[in-house]
Design a protein around this ligand. Structure first.
Ligand code: OSB
Ligand code: MG
Length: 372
């Protein structure tokens, strides 16, 4: 399809509650929303790069630059045949997976809307609903954490993930475990520790955790393998896995037993499906991670999580866990610990233009002549 124009919007969405991780506190979710116009059709994408390089080196500013100056020129005013064609066009550009994934998502939406297919069907998904959990940020005290966990359990979340950081780890997790002896529970360190901190994880080894997510540095598969040898609890990698090759190598050396797949982190849905396929063939459990996406990115995560290998609940919570008002409609709701996968064509959500306008802090329209 001929990509006639690309609209980029930097949005800043107020979160219902601050979200604290080992890399900082988010109060507003910054992202870039992309709109493609082609032959009377529209495609929406979301780039989840945040306000500062805490989770990834990418930020809204770097992603803005990469999208505007390096990715858009490879598709704007041109006939993009399919997503594979897009991937060939951008293959020579290094890094910046969050930026690449944002534009890839907009193309998936455009192309599947045009063909009348749901994204779920296009990706090979086969479940109408996916099992989900909730990711809970670091709280001021362990007592407050137990209270917050209780409110999410009450709301129906069947699996809880706790963010941890040095100094806020074993005792917090133990307090939650004591209050909820049977709750499916996992932790996420967002790479805040070193191998010399192994005792922290050994101390959590008898708390019945499903997994420990990304305890060590993102570029350190070797020490993850050493840590995994010392633990009964499976290590799951997030930040370390940027490609199918990373996934294969991490599994080969025993750096993890599970993988968290985020389409954004691996450069797009295509690579996410490829990692799923690799793990499925090896019977390695995977689950869909989240980046506090708006309803646009979350619709894509739901479609991805409907593939057969996603055997653990995803970090895909209901809309009201993130935002009072989302830019995508209708909101996602939790029912029996699951969320329904959109069935309509494309992403299966519509963008509320008034809400989008309200949260936009900067926008740019790219057209084949001039505007760039
Ligand atoms: O590490 O999984 C993570 C949110 C932002 C950045 C990184 C992570 C997270 C989450 C939230 O854990 C998952 C969600 O979207 O609910
Ligand atoms: Mg994580």
């Amino acid at each position: 399809m001929n990509i006639e124009r690309i609209e980029m919007r930097h949005v800043s969405m107020p979160l219902v509650a601050p979200f604290e991780t080992s890399f900082g506190v988010e109060r507003d979710r910054d992202a870039i929303i992309l709109r493609l116009d082609s032959e009377g059709m529209v495609g929406w994408g979301e780039c989840v790069a945040g306000g500062w390089p805490g989770y990834s080196y990418e930020t809204v500013q770097t992603a803005w630059h990469i999208l505007k100056d390096h990715l858009s020129p490879l598709v704007l005013g041109q006939d993009v045949l399919d997503v594979a064609d897009y991937r060939r066009r951008i293959a020579h550009l290094k890094g910046h997976p969050l930026a690449k994934a944002g534009l890839e998502l907009a193309l998936w939406d455009l192309l599947t809307r045009a063909s009348g297919q749901s994204l779920m069907a296009a990706l090979g998904g086969e479940r109408d609903r996916v099992a989900v959990g909730v990711s809970i940020g670091i709280q001021p005290t362990a007592a407050k954490l137990v209270e917050v966990v209780g409110s999410f359990v009450e709301a129906g979340y069947p699996r809880v993930k706790l963010k941890i950081k040095p100094g806020r780890d074993v005792s917090d997790v133990r307090a939650v475990r004591q209050a909820f002896p049977d709750l499916p529970l996992q932790v996420d360190a967002n790479s805040a520790y070193e191998l010399s901190d192994a005792e922290v994880f050994e101390a959590m080894d008898d708390l019945g955790l499903i997994l420990i997510e990304q305890p060590l540095a993102e570029d350190d598969l070797v020490d993850h393998a050493k840590l995994q040898e010392r633990l009964a609890t499976p290590i799951c990698l997030d930040e370390s896995i940027l490609s199918t090759r990373h996934a294969r190598q991490a599994l080969e050396i025993g750096a993890c037993r599970f993988i968290n797949i985020k389409p954004a982190r691996v450069g797009g849905l295509s690579e996410a499906v490829a990692i799923h396929d690799l793990c499925w063939a090896q019977e390695i459990p995977v689950w869909c991670g989240g980046m506090l996406e708006t309803g646009i990115g979350r619709a894509a995560n739901l479609a991805l999580a409907s593939l057969p290998g996603f055997s653990l609940p995803g970090d895909i919570s209901a809309t009201d866990r993130y935002y009072h008002e989302d830019i995508a409609q209708p909101p996602f709701v939790l029912e029996n610990g699951t969320i329904k996968v959109p069935k309509r064509s494309g992403l299966g959500v519509e963008v509320a233009q008034d809400v989008l306008d309200r949260v936009t802090v900067r926008s740019k329209l790219l057209e084949p002549d001039g505007a760039r």
